[in-house]
Design a protein around this ligand. Structure first.
Ligand SMILES: CC(C)(COP(=O)(O)OP(=O)(O)OC[C@H]1O[C@@H](n2cnc3c(N)ncnc32)[C@H](O)[C@@H]1OP(=O)(O)O)[C@@H](O)C(=O)NCCC(=O)NCCS
Length: 294
């Protein structure tokens, strides 16, 4: 990780300039990577990069989206903690605030529980590897090439699951951003920043977060996360219009390899899922606070 520097700022803080490509998350972290790789590669379980599978799928691919949308009782959390691995326990212990620790435990236990269903094993038996960009993957793969991605924001955790294709998901809680236009101009592509500015004022915060979640979901599907170039591709920004990836490095052809959906959530959230297939169908699997028991 020596080619990264981190700056703990919040979006909306004064943006500093260290000469690196600077990328701000909608929460608190800025990662600067001096030589960001371009999308077009995904990860193997041993962390090596390999070309993305560009196989086109004629039939739509199904992506299951599982949602955990409320906090859990202390007792339930204690139960769920037993399904976590030792490295997850260590991560949980590093959280300063109990609320953040509880959210991490709940989302990891939820992820394990969801994956265990597909794998027909105990949640505690699910084993993860991490690629060079920390994207979690199933250790050793699975017979059906199960792939997944997780996102959390507030009390919401989303897990997207597909077979044989990469997926990425993001969820954010939109809020007022005084520096919204400055952030958009700096990190989004020019058409996106201009598209947001052209909307009526009352839609611009929603447009910013629609754009953000669509872009982050794509970069998470690719596996680069926010170390990928946010301005290297264009998505639609109108929060009321269908989500679309319009161009990747200027290519509409490359964009057609991917499909994207906004996820209908409670109105206080914006969320998107991206699938490496030209056509995909989203199946909403849970809407409550139940963690599925395999
Ligand atoms: C992935 C990333 C975009 C998450 O941003 P976020 O808005 O804070 O968090 P989200 O809720 O959307 O997603 C978090 C989840 O994404 C998954 N994830 C982590 N890295 C990922 C990656 N590179 N690609 C896709 N998914 C990733 C994890 O499951 C993580 O949940 P966990 O931390 O509870 O295990 C951000 O952490 C990032 O850019 N990471 C890659 C940069 C990098 O190389 N980091 C190395 C550490 S310095």
């Amino acid at each position: 990780m020596e080619d990264y520097c981190r700056q703990a700022i919040a979006v909306g803080d004064q943006l500093s300039d260290c000469g690196c490509q600077m990328i701000a998350t909608a929460r608190v972290v800025v990662l600067c990577r001096r030589d960001p790789p371009m999308p077009g590669h995904s990860s193997t379980t041993n962390g090596e990069r390999r070309p993305l599978d560009t196989t086109t799928h004629t039939a739509p691919v199904t992506v299951d989206v599982w949602r955990l949308s409320s906090g859990l009782s202390r007792t339930r959390l204690d139960e769920l903690t037993t399904t976590l691995s030792s490295d997850e326990h260590e991560r949980a212990a590093r959280f300063h605030f109990p609320r953040d620790r509880a959210r991490f435990i709940a989302s990891r236990a939820f992820l394990r529980s969801v994956l265990a269903r597909y794998l027909a094993i105990d949640p505690a038996m699910v084993a993860f590897d991490y690629d060079a960009y920390r994207k979690p993957l199933l250790r050793g793969g699975s017979p059906t090439d199960l792939r997944f991605n997780l996102a959390h924001s507030g009390e919401m955790t989303l897990v997207a699951v597909a077979h044989g294709v990469d997926v990425g998901v993001d969820v954010e809680v939109p809020r007022d951003l005084p520096d919204r236009q400055q952030i958009a101009a700096r990190f989004f592509s020019r058409p996106e920043a201009e598209g947001i500015a052209a909307l009526p004022e009352e839609l611009r915060d929603q447009a910013f977060f629609a754009c953000w979640t669509r872009k982050e979901a794509y970069l998470k599907a690719v596996g680069l996360g926010l170390s990928g170039p946010l301005d290297g591709f264009d998505v639609t920004v109108d929060p009321g219009a269908p989500a679309e990836i319009l161009r990747i490095h200027g290519s509409t052809h490359a964009a057609r390899e991917w499909s994207i959906h906004d996820l209908s959530q409670p109105p206080e959230y914006r969320a998107a899922v991206v699938v490496h297939a030209p056509r995909s169908l989203v199946v909403n699997r849970t809407t409550g606070d139940e963690i599925p028991i395999p």
